[in-house]
Design a protein around this ligand. Structure first.
Ligand code: ZN
Length: 274
């Protein structure tokens, strides 16, 4: 277990809009500036979704490459590409950016309702995503929206499609999936395999969820994710001024309770990233 706490900043996501959050980064340059500010505030990993010029989510390999290049030019933060993409994207689209070999990528570990929509992830799809990441030397982050998803990840582990140490995230608070409660967090954690090397990160979706799950996770031996993908508010009814403001608050909380915040190189050492 990594003693220091990794902070992931999910700076854009696929669903958040400029109307909801005027400081949402959209262009590669904006992504880079947000990533740099988050790094300076304490983030070690940037979870990246790309947007087109109109601000819509895109699976464009070129756009992901531009974002990665822009981020690389200004900061040493670890970059984790999404392969969850956006609702309606095909597996081929979601997986395409992984070909350029980012250090990390998310791997959705099961199908899930997203309010009125469905995010489909069959086990054969998950095997394909895991195999591609293994071939490209990309560290997967298991994204678990439900308890069964943790067991799907354990199937991929048992089949040797992912190398240890493993990284799990618990995404709590999506309408139709597990709620952003401590009880749900404990249930997810209890489903983790106990005989392997792993790290886990708590994600809370929505204002209340994001105020509860990341700090609780960080204080109980896990790691924390914050950012505009998960929540646009700083406090109830008050928008955050930037992704970095949310990162700074969780970093302050972690340090205030006597823990250290991990650097990008701590994350690289822990996961053996290239
Ligand atoms: Zn995402």
């Amino acid at each position: 277990m990594l003693k220091k706490v990794m902070i992931t900043a999910a700076i854009s996501g696929a669903e958040t809009t400029r109307e909801q959050q005027p400081a949402l980064p959209v262009t590669p340059q904006e992504m880079a500036l947000a990533a740099k500010a988050c790094r300076e505030a304490g983030a070690s990993i940037i979870h990246l979704h790309a947007r087109d010029d109109a601000g819509n989510p895109t699976a464009s390999v070129a756009r992901f490459a531009q974002c990665l290049e822009a981020i690389r030019a200004v900061t040493d933060v670890v970059v984790e590409f999404t392969t969850g993409g956006a609702i309606g994207m095909s597996d081929d689209e979601r997986l395409a950016p992984v070909a350029m070999g980012p250090e990390m990528a998310s791997l959705d570990c099961g199908s899930v309702n997203f309010a009125d929509e469905i995010l489909p992830n069959s086990l054969p799809s998950m095997r394909r995503f895991a195999t591609t990441m293994l071939e490209k030397g990309v560290k997967p982050t298991f994204e678990c929206f439900d308890v069964g998803h943790v067991y799907n990840a354990r199937i991929l582990i048992a089949e040797g499609l992912v190398k240890p140490p493993y990284h799990f995230t618990f995404v709590l608070g999506v309408p139709g999936a597990m709620p952003a409660t401590v009880e749900a967090l404990l249930m997810m954690k209890a489903a983790l395999p106990t005989d392997v090397e792993l790290e886990w990160t708590g994600i809370g979706v929505g204002g209340r969820g994001s105020a509860l799950i990341p700090p609780v996770s960080a204080l109980m031996g896990g790691h924390a994710r914050v950012g505009f993908e998960d929540n646009v508010y700083f406090t109830r009814g008050v928008l955050a001024s930037s992704n970095a403001q949310l990162v700074a608050r969780i970093a302050d909380t972690i340090r205030a309770y006597g823990k250290e915040v991990a650097s990008p190189d701590d994350v690289r050492a822990r996961f053996g990233l290239r």
